[in-house]
Design a protein around this ligand. Structure first.
Ligand SMILES: [Fe+2]
Length: 303
C-alpha cells in the first residue's frame, strides 16, 4: 500500500466519527468565514488531549534556564526564540516561542532534559492529531474560493509549523501588535487567558477560544491564493489582569502553502506587524495586494 493511500485510510478510519458533525456544518462554517473573517471547528477529542498535553509540556520546557533554551535557537525547520525588545529594539512584542515542523528534531549534540524530550514528543503527537482538521479547513477554503487549497496546503506538509508562545507577565498594554499572519491560514488552538482581538467591520472585537473549539482564519498567503476572496484577518493581543499576573500561553498552527510557488516577501516588506493599517487589505484589489508576494526559495523560513 502506498504511503498516500495509507494516509487516506488512516484519516477516515480514525477520525470520520469525530469529523462527521463538522462536515455536515461545512456550508455554515464557510458562511461564517466570509461573514466574520474566521470560522470555528469543533475539536475532535483526541486533538483536545494532544493540545492539553502540549500546553503542559511547553510550560515545562519554557520554565528551564535561558542558557539551556538558547542552545536550541531557531534554525530553519524549528527551534526556540527569546524576543525581548529591551535586548533588540527592532522587536515589538516581548515573548518566547518555539517552532516545530514535521521533521524537526533537536541537534544531535544537544543534551536533552526530560522536559525537552516530553515537549518534542508532544509536539509531534499534536502534529499527527491536527492533520485531519487541517485537511478539513483546506477543503472548506476550496469550497469558498474555488481554488484547490487541499493541493496547496495538505499535499506537502513541510510548511506546517506549530508555534508555542509564552508572554511573561508584563505591564505592556499590547502583548502582540496587530498584524495579519503571513502564512496561508492559521489554526488557533489554545489561549490560556483572554485578550485576543480581531479587526472586523471597522473595530476591534474580542474573541474567545472555548476548550472544545479551534478557530481558523486566513493569512496573507490565503488571501493571495484566493485572489482576495477571503481576507487575511488583522488581529492583536491586548493585556488583561490575568496576563499581567500569570502571563499568557498560546498555541497555533501556521499552515504555509509549501506546494505553492509564491510566498509573502518578508525580505522586501519586513514583518507583517503594522505593515498595513488594520483591515486595509480587506478592500485592497488583488492587482495591488499581489505586490507583497514573491516566488519562494526551496528552503522555507516559517517565521
Ligand atoms: Fe498572528
Amino acid at each position: 500500500m502506498s504511503e498516500r493511500v495509507f494516509d487516506f485510510c488512516w484519516f477516515f478510519m480514525l477520525n470520520e466519527e469525530n469529523l462527521k458533525l463538522i462536515r455536515m456544518n461545512k456550508n455554515e462554517l464557510s458562511e461564517m468565514l466570509l461573514r466574520d473573517g474566521f470560522a470555528k471547528v469543533q475539536y475532535p477529542a483526541s486533538l483536545r488531549l494532544a493540545v492539553s498535553n502540549f500546553v503542559k509540556a511547553w510550560k515545562g520546557f519554557v520554565g528551564q534556564s535561558l542558557e539551556h533554551k538558547m542552545q536550541i535557537s531557531f534554525l530553519g525547520n524549528g527551534g526556540y526564540e527569546n524576543k525581548d525588545p529591551k535586548i533588540d529594539s527592532k522587536l515589538v512584542d516581548f515573548k518566547e516561542d518555539f517552532h516545530i515542523n514535521r521533521s524537526y528534531d533537536f541537534p544531535t549534540d544537544f543534551k536533552q532534559t526530560a522536559e525537552d524530550a516530553t515537549f518534542l514528543a508532544a509536539g509531534h503527537t499534536l502534529f499527527n492529531e491536527i492533520r485531519p482538521v487541517s485537511h478539513l479547513i483546506a477543503e472548506m477554503l476550496s469550497e469558498v474560493t474555488g481554488v484547490d487549497f487541499v493541493k496547496l496546503a495538505v499535499e506537502k506538509e513541510d510548511g506546517w509549523v506549530i508555534r508555542a508562545l509564552w508572554y511573561p507577565p508584563q505591564e505592556n498594554n499590547i502583548l502582540a501588535a496587530y498584524h495579519p499572519d503571513k502564512s496561508g491560514h492559521t489554526v488557533h488552538l489554545f489561549d490560556s487567558v483572554p485578550g485576543f482581538e480581531r479587526f472586523w467591520e471597522g473595530e476591534w472585537k474580542s474573541m474567545s477560544f472555548p476548550e472544545t473549539e479551534a478557530v481558523f482564519f486566513p493569512g496573507m498567503l490565503g488571501q493571495y491564493y484566493s485572489e482576495c476572496k477571503v481576507k487575511a484577518l488583522a488581529h492583536r493581543v491586548v493585556s488583561s489582569p490575568e496576563s499581567r499576573s500569570k502571563g499568557r500561553v498560546s498555541i497555533v498552527l501556521f499552515t504555509d502553502y509549501a506546494n505553492g510557488l509564491m510566498k509573502y516577501d518578508k525580505d522586501k516588506w519586513g514583518p507583517t506587524q503594522q505593515l498595513l493599517a488594520p483591515g486595509q487589505n480587506y478592500t485592497m484589489p488583488f492587482e495591488e495586494f499581489n505586490k507583497y508576494f514573491t516566488e519562494r526559495p526551496s528552503v522555507i523560513d516559517s517565521r
